[in-house]
Ligand binder design. Sequence first.
Ligand code: CA2
Length: 140
Amino acid sequence: MHVLVLNGPNLNLLGMREPELYGDDTLADVEKGLRAAFPDVRFTFEQNNHEGTLIDAIQDAGLDNIAGIIFNPGGYTHTSVALRDAIAAVRVPVVEVHLSNIYAREDFRHHSLLAPVCEGQISGLGIHGYHLALRYLMTR
Ligand code: CA2
């Protein structure tokens, strides 16, 4: 089983800034934790700050026989019609993950443009969200 773990803008800063919001773990820690917990899964990890590159990654996943995408779209969650269209256009199941509870934060974070075209959304459970998303994709 091949899974893409895709992280959007500013998530390269994870573990380096705002630990009270996003925790102490870096993206490298997230990758290490997932690889250790799921040794039989083939992972591709990508982080990018650019909308078009994230769209390319989603389209490529559709062509590459990827079993699922775990996607933290960062701030694009709340703004990107183009990412929504990309997710809707591929047959790959996408689970939207947020480290923080977007519903307990500013009003503009309460709405996800992407959630309606994702399989589901996990929000507020920190890095556990990535593990739970993978469990879902494995049993799907
Ligand atoms: O809670 C999440 O995972 C978010 O997707 C994070 C985004 C935010 O815009 C979403 O509303 C919710 C922000 C990512 C910024 O990541 C940082 C990590 C550490 C330090 C600074 C930024």
